[in-house]
Ligand binder design. Structure first.
Ligand SMILES: [Zn+2]
Length: 166
């Protein structure tokens, strides 16, 4: 079996990344401008922020919280935008706890390319559920991560909990 076949089997969502053309521009703004949140894995929108699933996740339930306004600089966020992002962080920690019962979370910002930002022009806060021992399955560098759940079933589960939380 070729390596790419294994990648398709174990991490089917990565095939778009492997085969797809590199997207131009800002994918957060592009998705915000489209009217297909499910297809874009947008879990929630507020007036100021958006919650979106990471398409190349480090773990099940890896989501990102971003301001609606396209901004590269965290220090430029208004007080309202900052508060809205933090409120969503609290809300989504609650939802992810309910959905996945993780042992912990990583929540953080990669600001700038030097810090590892894949998209450096539009601030986004990563929220990654963690389980004891999951580092065994998370190579620091590497294309393949084995996850037992597809993005679609993860989306449906989280979306249904969103409605419960309201
Ligand atoms: Zn943007």
């Amino acid at each position: 079996m070729s390596k790419s076949k294994e990648e398709i089997i174990w991490a089917p969502w990565r095939i778009g990344f492997i085969l797809g053309e590199k997207e131009c521009g800002c994918f957060i703004c592009r998705k915000l401008g489209e009217d297909r949140d499910k297809g874009n894995y947008i879990l929630e929108r507020t007036d100021l922020s958006v919650v979106i699933m990471n398409l190349y996740p480090y773990n099940n339930g890896h989501i990102m919280i971003a301001p609606v306004r396209h901004s590269a600089n965290f220090e430029d966020l208004t007080a309202d935008e900052s508060l809205d992002m933090m409120s969503l962080l609290k809300r989504w920690i609650k939802i992810l706890k309910k959905a996945y019962k993780p042992d912990g979370f990583n929540a953080g910002l990669n600001l700038g390319k030097a810090a590892g930002a894949g998209l450096e022009d539009h601030i986004h806060l990563h929220l990654v559920p963690r389980w004891n021992g999951d580092t065994n399955f998370m190579p620091a560098i590497g294309a393949i991560k084995i996850m037992p759940e597809s993005l679609d079933s993860c989306y449906d589960k989280l979306k249904s909990l969103t409605e419960e939380e309201e």
